[in-house]
Design a protein around this ligand. Structure first.
Ligand SMILES: NC(=O)c1ccc[n+]([C@@H]2O[C@H](COP(=O)([O-])OP(=O)(O)OC[C@H]3O[C@@H](n4cnc5c(N)ncnc54)[C@H](O)[C@@H]3O)[C@@H](O)[C@H]2O)c1
Length: 492
């Protein structure tokens, strides 16, 4: 144990298994899937495509090169060379026990198994395994490729090392591990979700509210707070300056009132018909895939917003992105192969879109500015250099808009140094929409090296001047960029 996890086997590739496959693949880990469903390949590829779209919007160019996806013909074939196995079979104890024993017998000696079970006890799942110490529950939330939470819970025979290996892997792929220290039915999260679900079913059963009304009661109120503060922090604030103690005293008496029923209603055929019909009405003919796309889009936007506040899931996403530094599939600042420098490679993010659904004007300048920063880092004038009191300031910019890019499309910026005299740096950027393979903008910048404290231009130190001139010389063979040196004027 303790070695790097390069390959994961997914046993059971349904809703949850396919999404686990996507999360691992998008983190550069090879994945083998085994499922009895003859359509497993098509279904998995669809989920991976959704996950790729969502994760690319969430993390942009930070994602590493994807792992390799294979489909196995048996449990033994899937797990034979796997470092980690994520079991995601239907929620039936006997089935899981039987297949887990098979996995255990065929997996390498160092491998560890995480079970996706929503509520079965790991101590029971370990029954029948020769190496029960290797099993731990890793309970995720749908969609697994976006939601960070995973509950990790060991059984009586789970080793601490197994818990550590699973927790380290889940953290590596961008998740927030909640260690469930006491093995209980439903763990922590599903205990809470079940309580709300039971009450919701009662409200329908008793004819008090419809499915849509109950969802409104959550999504326009508490649901918004829950996504970043949970229950206790929210109620602490509801107690005002006197805090939680006051809140408990004020609302304590209602605890004695029978507001909630906690034990769910009997799931009669009639109740099932009512709930299903109300749910169909609520969905109003909108299909599963459309709702999934809407859900993923909203989740990404919420996480972006939380990231700006460095809070809750946003802090997890930010830490994850930092952990990916240096592993990106593309290396900004590297040679494109034709002499240009690759200085941006990113999907168009939602906050860069205007009312025409296109990349908006200021976003071009932002992307070109970020591209310039990549060049500056490449010549040794990155943030560390700026901290010494020197920098490059942009003194002139000319942008030409030649085409469009829409939300989610990938754009790339290629850059060359047109000239440098040891103090000035003349850059030319070209932005391509990779999805339509068209040049959509060019930018030309003049930068001047400055002594920031003295607020005056100054010659760059020798190592930076040499790096600038080195780049310009290496790119001299390139034909002059189209539009360089142009100014704005009326035609004719
Ligand atoms: N759906 C959720 O929201 C959710 C959330 C968290 C955890 N879970 C847990 O994840 C697990 C899987 O749930 P799901 O929602 O993905 O179910 P699912 O029915 O979508 O997927 C189960 C898959 O297992 C396959 N399968 C059945 N028997 C098999 C066998 N013997 N060998 C190989 N494959 C077999 C099925 O073909 C199916 O594709 C369950 O333990 C569930 O509790 C589900």
């Amino acid at each position: 144990m303790g070695r790097e996890i390069r390959k994961v086997a997914i046993v059971g590739g349904g809703v949850i298994g396919a999404a686990w496959a996507a999360r691992f693949l998008l983190n550069g880990i090879d994945v083998a899937v085994f499922d009895l469903d003859p359509e497993v390949e098509r279904k998995t590829l669809e989920v991976v495509a959704n996950a790729r779209r969502a994760q690319t919007r969430l993390h942009g160019a930070a994602l590493p090169a994807e792992g390799k996806l294979t489909f196995a013909g048996s449990v033994a074939e899937a797990v034979a060379d796997a470092d980690f196995i994520q079991e995601s079979l239907p929620e039936r104890e006997d089935l899981k026990q039987r297949v887990l024993a098979e996995v255990d017998a065929a997996m390498p000696a160092h491998a560890v198994i995480g079970s996706s079970t929503s509520g079965l006890l790991p101590t029971k799942l370990q029954n029948g395994m020769q190496r029960p110490d290797r099993l731990v529950v890793g309970h995720p939330f749908n969609p697994v490729y976006l939601l960070p939470l995973v509950e990790v819970c060991g059984g009586d025979q789970t080793s601490l090392e197994t818990i550590d290996v699973a927790s380290a892997l889940y953290t590596r792929v961008g998740m927030k591990v909640l260690h469930v220290r006491h093995e209980i039915d439903g763990f922590i999260a599903d205990r809470l979700l079940e309580a709300v679900w039971r009450e919701a079913l009662w409200l329908i059963n008793d004819g008090i509210a419809t499915a849509a009304e109950i969802d409104d009661a959550i999504r326009f109120g508490a649901g918004l707070r829950w996504s970043f503060m949970g229950t206790f922090l929210t109620y602490r604030l509801a107690g005002g300056e006197a805090g939680m103690r006051h809140f408990l005293h004020q609302f304590g008496p209602s605890m004695e009132w029978p507001w909630t029923k906690l034990v769910g209603p009997k799931l009669t055929d009639e109740l099932i018909d009512t709930v299903a019909a109300q749910s169909d009405d609520q969905a109003a003919g909108i299909g599963l895939r459309e709702y999934e796309a809407l859900r993923d889009s909203c989740l990404v936007d919420i996480m972006h917003a939380l990231e700006r506040n460095d809070f809750a899931s946003g802090a997890v996403a930010k830490a994850y992105r930092t952990s990916l530094q240096g592993k990106e599939a593309v290396t900004l600042g590297s040679d494109c192969g034709d002499g240009h420098l690759l200085t941006q490679h990113t999907p168009v993010m939602p906050e860069w879109i205007d009312y025409n659904d296109h990349l908006t004007e200021w976003a071009y300048l932002k992307l070109f500015g970020d591209a310039t920063d990549v060049v500056l880092a490449r010549i040794g004038a990155g943030p560390d250099y700026v901290a010494t009191g020197f920098s490059f300031y942009t003194v002139e910019t000319h942008i030409r808009h030649l085409g469009q890019a829409r939300l989610g499309q990938k754009v790339e910026v290629r850059t060359r140094v047109l000239g440098s005299d040891g103090k000035r740096l003349h850059l030319s950027h070209e932005m391509t929409n990779l999805d339509s393979a068209t040049l959509i903008a060019t930018a030309e910048h003049m930068l001047v090296h400055v002594d920031a404290k003295a607020e005056k231009s100054a010659p760059a130190p020798q190592h930076i001047a040499q790096a600038m001139q080195g780049l310009a010389a290496a790119q001299q063979h390139l034909a002059p960029p189209d539009g360089a040196g142009r100014s704005i004027k009326m035609p004719g």
